[in-house]
Design a protein around this ligand. Structure first.
Ligand code: 13P
Length: 252
């Protein structure tokens, strides 16, 4: 299938405006010419403006890590998809496991946020993933299918095609422990099968990223798997050279 690889850097709560601007500029230099890979970074909301400026005219998209399901209102501390779009953001993350664990974000809330993103013209990356306990208890498939089905439940088939999925096993995030290519491929094929069942053959075009301790040393073998269409990178995206090396790996 002709899925264009998509490498995204989730900077989490790191890199304030000055540092983020510097890393974005270095990344711009390191990536150079237009490549066949979609690239995006997700700074903290406080650094989005600086990063947008540093990447102005570059082929690197910028996104926010979190949006509310409403465009505005009495929601202290929240980000608006409409406002993010109007600043120049292209993407947003939805349902990252840290949001699920630390802020109690539910699958139902994710469904509202995915719809809010698309309605505002932002392209969401819906994150799904199981904990180690869930995997050990044989609940992997049930957990992921619920996250997928409910998370996309408010979308029409044509809208679903604008979503990117990120499979991030919680036990692999920030631990240095990566799913093996076989483990990841198995889950990605499962997710793709369900997407096609639910949204029709067009869903073959939906990109599914792998996330969880991706680094230059393991990116190539993960990205070589037929159903792994990119990576959502945390720690290794904080330095321009390691992130650029992962983008390079996606170029094959
Ligand atoms: P690490 O790459 O640091 O494991 O983080 C993965 C992640 O959570 C990306 O969203």
């Amino acid at each position: 299938m002709g899925r264009r690889p998509f490498i995204a850097g989730n900077w989490k709560l790191n890199l304030g405006p000055a540092e983020a601007r510097a890393v974005a500029s270095q990344l711009r230099d390191a990536l150079g010419d237009p490549s066949p890979v979609t690239v995006a970074v997700f700074p903290t909301a406080l650094s989005v403006s600086a990063v947008l400026q540093a990447l102005d005219g570059a082929e690197v998209g910028v996104g926010v890590q979190e949006i509310a399901s409403q465009p505005s209102g009495a929601l202290t501390g929240a980000n608006s998809a409409v406002m993010a779009r109007s600043m120049g953001c292209t993407y947003c993350l939805v349902g990252h496991s840290e949001r699920r664990q630390l802020w109690g974000e539910t699958d139902e809330a994710c469904a509202d946020k995915v719809l809010a993103a698309l309605s505002a013209g932002l392209l969401p990356i819906l994150c799904v993933g199981e904990t180690l306990d869930q995997r050990r208890a044989g609940q992997l498939e049930a957990v992921l299918m619920r996250q997928l089905e409910v998370g996309l439940s408010k979308l029409q088939p044509d809208q679903a095609l604008s979503v990117t999925l990120a499979y991030e096993p919680v036990w692999a995030i920030g631990t240095g422990e990566t799913a093996t290519p076989e483990q990841a491929q198995e889950v990605h094929a499962l997710l793709r099968g369900r997407l096609v069942e639910r949204f029709g053959p067009g869903a073959e075009e939906v990109r599914i990223q792998y996330g969880g301790s991706v680094k230059p040393a393991n990116a190539s073998e993960l990205l070589a798997c037929p159903d792994i269409d990119g990576a959502l990178v945390g720690g290794a995206s904080l330095k321009a050279d390691s992130f650029a090396a992962i983008v390079q790996a996606a170029q094959g």
